[in-house]
Design a protein around this ligand. Structure first.
Ligand SMILES: Cc1cc2nc3c(=O)[nH]c(=O)nc-3n(C[C@H](O)[C@H](O)[C@H](O)COP(=O)(O)OP(=O)(O)OC[C@H]3O[C@@H](n4cnc5c(N)ncnc54)[C@H](O)[C@@H]3O)c2cc1C
Length: 587
């Protein structure tokens, strides 16, 4: 038995189940049955932590494993594969699977070169996966463990955001993080620190430990703040605060604005973006992919980039390149009215140790649009599509973060939502050529800080493609710039007046909460939006206090008119807005 095998066997012995395993090129495959889903996760994580393991493919089943659903899905894919495997759509150098922040970042970066690229996204818009449902925080890089790819790419990605924002015309602000140290921070260890020693450790020793960790990771500018300095920056934080660690490089963005900007710029530079195009299989010759089969037909290609988020493991399986299993991790977020925006100026967290093993802690964040967001949670869920939000989850977030600003007006909550992260059991980003398929690049396990790391992930992925043999010659026509949709809410009266004179639709305010005009909605449609949610992500129409109660129908009417489709056929995202007859129509 090799040392890796004996380590795996030792872990599995702790469980009262008959679990078998095999190891191929440092990838551990697990088989068997367990009682609970939590055990499935725990076993995977334990094996994933063994030094030298490159991936864990967890084929263990738990009681209640949705066998029928998986079979149905497989059958559906097989049918689509057979139906479409003969229809060639075109020939490409690189096919990118997934239109989240990672797929679009890679597409835009590759569009610097004179090659033919297509990005395939199964949804009706880009940024509909984790890239639409996150904190929008450009993490500084203190949290990821040393010697991880996450740490390296987070630090580099964070530093690259200013240039990205400037070129791509999205909003980006380095607000900085303030991590509060309070009597709750080390409460688990208080019994070992008698009397005043506890306070001394919290105030004078612990902040240095945090600062040192950040500095060791390569994060610059970290400061320790005491007393008045803290309340000068954040007057409303808990008066229990004994010290704070200030990290100036933390930034905030609107994550779908960034993703949309990348996609628009990639498209401008020649990348084909195919929406509603679901990858269902691959055409292979020996150990190389020759074509990507979708519900629309086959995209012949030289290289494939797998950036399919929570589905990256299933895509890898279809390609014969399965080296990991994604274990979905849900995060619930609460959004508060813009009136609360005055209460915080930095990303605020209260440090509590030992910290959550799989989350960076969360807290209260200002959003780039002036709201405040609380969250996220980090809960393992069996279903990759589980974006449900339960009452208990809302209560949990409210309780967990209420100590940061005790008098925060919680009744100002306007929305809650959840996103699903895509960790693998080794918990690091997996960006490497597939072990058993020649021309297939994994860009998987891109959990948080995936958004913050995205510019560096794209760069790194392209290095890997080059090393795999992709020849890259500069595209002389590459234009790094993209203009955003002008926003009425941010225009001077003079500019708005001028626009209205030229086109009265700038004066027709459709969303009164966020001040969005008809002209902006039409511009979003001209840029490719054809669902209500796609309009919302591009213009913010429906994101204000009333959450679309007043403007949804008006936007649907504009969409219907501009696209020339019946109102009944207007989609929210994937499903129709109206299930029954629309007002005034015969049933
Ligand atoms: C609650 C929460 C908070 C977070 N907060 C932060 C944060 O503040 N900062 C940060 O840096 N990171 C954060 N993250 C992590 C960040 O959101 C992700 O790392 C990032 O969005 C991952 O992007 P992606 O492109 O890999 O995945 P996704 O955005 O999920 O994109 C994958 C795409 O692949 C498509 N796809 C899947 N299967 C197929 C198929 N068969 N055919 C075609 N297309 C397919 C999907 O439809 C999807 O659009 C957070 C995540 C969550 C859930």
């Amino acid at each position: 038995m090799s040392s890796l095998e004996s380590k795996v066997a030792k872990i599995l012995k702790r469980y009262p189940y008959d679990i078998t395993f095999e190891i191929k090129d440092k990838i551990v495959f697990l088989y068997g049955n367990v009682e609970k889903y939590e055990e499935w996760v725990e076993i995977g994580l334990r094996i994933g932590k063994i030094k030298g393991v490159d991936g864990v493919v967890n084929k263990i089943k738990w009681r209640g494993f949705p066998e029928d659903r998986f079979k149905e899905k497989e059958e559906r894919r097989k049918k689509l594969f057979e139906k479409n495997r003969g229809k060639v759509i075109g020939e490409y150098d690189v096919i990118i699977i997934g239109g989240g922040i990672i797929g679009t970042a890679i597409a835009r970066e590759l569009s610097r070169y004179d090659i033919k690229i297509a990005l395939l996204e199964k949804a009706s818009d880009i940024a509909t996966g984790a890239s639409k449902a996150n904190n929008g925080m450009i993490h500084p890089g203190v949290a990821p463990p040393r010697n991880t790819l996450k740490r390296k790419l987070n630090i580099r990605g964070n530093a690259m955001y200013d240039k990205w924002a400037e070129e791509l015309g999205f909003k980006f602000k380095r607000v900085g993080s303030l991590w509060l140290i309070t009597p709750r921070t080390l409460v688990r260890y208080k019994k070992y620190l008698p009397g005043p020693l506890y306070k001394v450790v919290l105030k004078y020793i612990f902040p240095w430990v945090v600062k040192f960790k950040g500095m060791r990771n390569g994060v610059k500018g970290i400061k320790i703040l005491q007393d008045k300095e803290i309340f000068r920056l954040e007057p409303y934080v808990t008066k229990d605060t004994l010290a704070a660690v200030y990290v100036p490089s933390t930034g905030i963005v609107d994550p779908y604005e960034v993703t949309i900007a990348l996609a628009e710029n990639a498209k401008e530079n020649g990348v084909e973006i195919h929406l509603r195009t679901e990858v269902v299989g691959f055409l292979k010759e020996k150990n190389a992919i020759k074509g990507v089969v979708t519900n629309k037909g086959v995209f012949l290609c030289k290289y494939v980039v797998n950036a399919a988020g929570v589905y990256a493991d299933e895509i890898a399986e279809l390609a014969g390149a399965r080296e990991y299993t994604i274990h979905p991790r849900k995060g619930v977020e609460l959004m508060f009215h813009k009136d609360t925006g005055e209460l915080i100026h930095h990303c605020l967290s209260e440090l509590v140790f030992p910290s959550h093993p799989t989350s960076k802690g969360g807290g209260l964040n200002p959003t780039i649009h002036g709201n405040v967001m609380w969250g996220p949670t980090a809960v393992e869920v069996p279903d990759k599509e589980d974006t449900s939000v339960k009452r208990e989850e809302i209560e949990f977030v409210l309780k967990r973060y209420s100590t940061i600003i005790p008098n925060f007006p919680r009744e100002q909550m306007i929305r809650y939502f959840a996103g699903v992260r895509a960790p693998t059991f080794t918990e690091d980003f997996i960006i490497r050529p597939a072990k058993w398929v020649k021309n297939f690049l994994h860009v998987a396990g891109i959990q948080s800080p995936g958004l913050a790391s995205a510019p560096a992930i794209a760069e790194y992925a392209i290095e890997k493609l080059k090393a795999m043999g992709l020849e890259l010659k500069e595209n002389p026509r590459f234009n790094p710039r993209r203009s955003p949709i002008p926003t009425t809410a941010e225009m001077s009266i003079e500019e708005l007046d001028k626009r209205i004179m030229e086109n009265p639709k700038w004066g027709n305010i459709v969303c009164t909460c966020e001040l969005v005009s008809e002209a902006e909605i039409i511009e979003a449609i001209n840029r490719g939006a054809y669902t209500l949610d796609a309009i919302k992500r591009r213009t913010r129409a429906g994101m204000g206090t009333c959450q679309g109660s007043y403007c949804t129908l008006k936007i649907a009417e504009i969409l219907s008119r501009e696209l020339g489709v019946p109102l009944n056929d207007i989609l929210k995202e994937e499903a129709k807005l109206f299930n029954g007859p629309v007002r005034g129509e015969a049933p």
